[in-house]
Design a protein around this ligand. Structure first.
Ligand code: NAD
Ligand code: MLT
Length: 310
């Protein structure tokens, strides 16, 4: 009997091709929680990106489920406790989109320093405002990296190549390891106080929710620039919007939001905030990597083997 797999967010063809060799695959995106609950009982595995909320209700209705795969890094849209209770293996693909998210962060930082999205929109409206879009150089500026994991590391290497000074806060990384890539490990307070640009690369967990808030923004340099290409909620959007309005924060670049799509975010109406719709992992290469990784892990688990990234 062939396994049945439900793919409920868009997945690259390369991953679907692997699955189809062994399984009957249904791609059905945009399902509501009720619709998922009604159908999940027919499937042995569920594969998602960040669009599907895999709630405890969905998991409990998945009476045949053996595997939930996340084509990407963050598993915050999957109720891991509920899956563990039911003995369902949850695996992700944390390495496949590291470089895509890193390059997006660098693109955001450069766009922020030189006002590229705003200047482009202005010129397309027929304006020619050269002095309005005066930028700043990144060379010799201090970049504060919160979370020196996979993406934080790759960002640091590229920022070092641009001759930025890199400092980082990460309670789980040693000073020696940071020093190897030319990064000084500092306390969070020091990082806030010393950085010209701050970029966050942590998971969204209890300890990191609203880690950047009104209180911490008050301790930062005047004219600081903030970047969030990690997870919505690490920066308090309201506090950031207030910081931008007051002029304390010179600009922000935001790829991820507390609620997505971010219809209510106070950041959307601000000229000095540049935004992208959660595009960090959206490259052809990254999507192929994460899709093949979860597809291979799915087949392995369904056949009684291990998953690489549990
Ligand atoms: P990672 O696990 O390799 O690194 C995360 C780092 O954060 C680790 O080094 C960890 O020690 C550190 N950390 C944990 N708690 C911390 C705390 N309280 N303070 C400071 N540091 C702390 O993860 P990664 O692959 O580098 O991904 C980083 C983030 O980027 C994740 O939230 C991930 O979901 C997100 N992401 C977003 C996109 C996107 O599309 N925008 C794409 C890929 C990843
Ligand atoms: C991730 O955690 O991998 C990212 O948010 C990217 C995505 O979901 O596509």
């Amino acid at each position: 009997m062939r396994y049945r797999v439900l793919v409920s967010d868009p997945l690259a063809e390369e991953g679907l091709d692997i699955l189809k060799e062994f399984c009957d695959v249904d791609v059905n995106t945009g399902l509501t929680e009720d619709q998922l609950v009604a159908t999940i009982g027919d499937y042995d595995a569920l594969l998602v990106r960040s669009g599907t909320e895999v709630t405890a209700r969905v998991i409990d209705a998945g009476t045949r489920l053996k595997f939930i795969g996340r084509a990407g890094a963050g598993v915050d849209n999957i109720n891991i406790d509920a899956a563990t209770r039911r003995g369902i293996i949850v695996a992700n693909a944390p390495e496949g989109n590291t470089l895509a998210a890193t390059e997006h962060t660098m693109a955001m930082m450069l766009s922020l320093a030189r006002n590229i999205p705003q200047a482009s929109a202005s010129l397309k409206k027929g304006e020619w405002k050269r002095s309005k879009f005066m930028g700043v150089e990144l060379n010799d500026k201090t970049l504060g990296i919160v979370g020196l994991g996979r993406i934080g590391n790759e960002v640091a290497k590229r920022a070092r190549a641009m001759e930025m000074k890199c400092i980082a806060y990460d309670p789980f990384i040693s000073k020696e390891r940071a020093a190897k890539i030319g990064v000084e490990l500092v306390s969070l307070d020091d990082l806030f106080r010393r950085s010209d640009v701050i970029t966050v690369h942590t998971p969204l967990i209890k300890e990191t929710r609203h880690m950047i808030n009104a209180k911490s923004i008050a301790t930062m340099k005047d004219g600081v620039r903030l970047i969030n290409c990690a997870r919505g909620g690490i920066i308090d959007e309201k506090a950031l919007a207030d910081g931008i309005r007051s002029g304390k924060v010179a600009g922000a670049a935001v790829d991820v939001f507390e609620s997505e799509p971010p219809t209510e975010s106070p950041l959307l109406g601000l000229d000095r905030v540049i935004v992208t719709p959660h595009l960090g992992a959206s490259t052809v290469e990254a999507q192929k990597n994460v899709a093949t990784s979860v597809a291979n892990q799915c087949i392995s688990v369904l056949e009684g083997g291990p998953a690489k990234y549990v």
